[in-house]
Design a protein around this ligand. Sequence first.
Ligand SMILES: Nc1ncnc2c1ncn2[C@@H]1O[C@H](COP(=O)(O)OP(=O)(O)OP(=O)(O)O)[C@@H](O)[C@H]1O
Ligand SMILES: [Mg+2]
Length: 366
Amino acid sequence: MSGVQLVDVTKYYGTVNVIPPLNLSFDEGEFVVIVGPSGCGKSTTLRMIAGLEPVTSGTIQIAGKDVTWARPKERDIAMVFQSYALYPHMDVAGNMSFALRLAGTSKEEVTRRVRAAAEMLELTEYLERKPKDLSGGQRQRVAMGRAIVRDAYCFLFDEPLSNLDAKLRSTMRTELAILHKRLDRTMVYVTHDQIEAMTMADRIVIMEQGHVQQVGTPREVYNNPRNLFVAGFIGSPSMNFLDAELQGDELRVTGQGFDLPLPPRLHEAVQGQRVRQVIVGLRPEHFAARHAGGGTEASFLAPVDLDVKVAEYIGSSQFLAADIGGRQVSAAIEVGPDSAPLTSGTYLFDTNRVYLFDKTTGDAIA
Ligand SMILES: Nc1ncnc2c1ncn2[C@@H]1O[C@H](COP(=O)(O)OP(=O)(O)OP(=O)(O)O)[C@@H](O)[C@H]1O
Ligand SMILES: [Mg+2]
């Protein structure tokens, strides 16, 4: 099997189990993003794929070969580390070309690849500088350059954009996606930033404390989160969770300050159920101003009263910190850049977008 496979991989540090049996399979040429909170085991997983950290048990395959005990340089991978170390005595060009020169690549080819990478990384004018004369973000880009000049079977990135400012980060996201299209190589990218995951990934792996919570395309994990953890992690601002009563007979969910009909996709799952305690999930972006649609309110839009505490202007939308029945929620309302600050009153919620979760297990009801 080509691509990258982890089969029953575990990792213990002493007696501490940081990776319980982990099974993952990445297709050849796929861009996979592993996302999760700090300490969940992302770097450990990546370092085990790279061969920098031995597994405690299980096997790893790259390009159809069992590499579980192979040395890093035998794995045909290029990696950007979370804590990158550049060679201090070499300039930017020297750092970027080191692996190529070591591999005996021709001078012309080295120059060509370093130039192309430097251009993409906006480093062309720094090629002759030493790392100590660069900013943190520039150094991080050099570390990235060292990897992308290589032609490896698999590229591993550990939070490669964390030191860049917001604008450069967003440019680099696009550049990486373009690079991936061009190289058509398997890329495994680790981050705690769900926006990076959503924008770049073919598939996202969401991890929590070593456990895989869900694997899916950005659309799948956003539209059909499997549980409360995924629902709260994917999406920005985060999904609101409110205690509620599921009225299965009436196909409604009610709680303090709201009463919402359930969308058709949930009917089968709840039909016949009597009153039951659940958690309802409402994404901020699925609220709307009352007359957003020019006065005609479609039937799937239900009224919800918001007691607005703060309205933040962010251009074409406003972010609201508000209360529903005394519980704090956030709402993102598209109202256009010239609108006045939004105030308390009746808003609309897109009931096709109502999520339900089992209160005890946290699993999505679907
Ligand atoms: N050498 C080590 N010895 C003991 N425990 C370790 C060691 N390295 C990592 N850990 C622990 O393993 C867990 C996973 O760490 P890891 O670095 O993989 O997390 P991460 O998801 O990359 O986090 P971050 O987003 O902060 O980089 C953490 O609880 C960490 O404390
Ligand atoms: Mg890490």
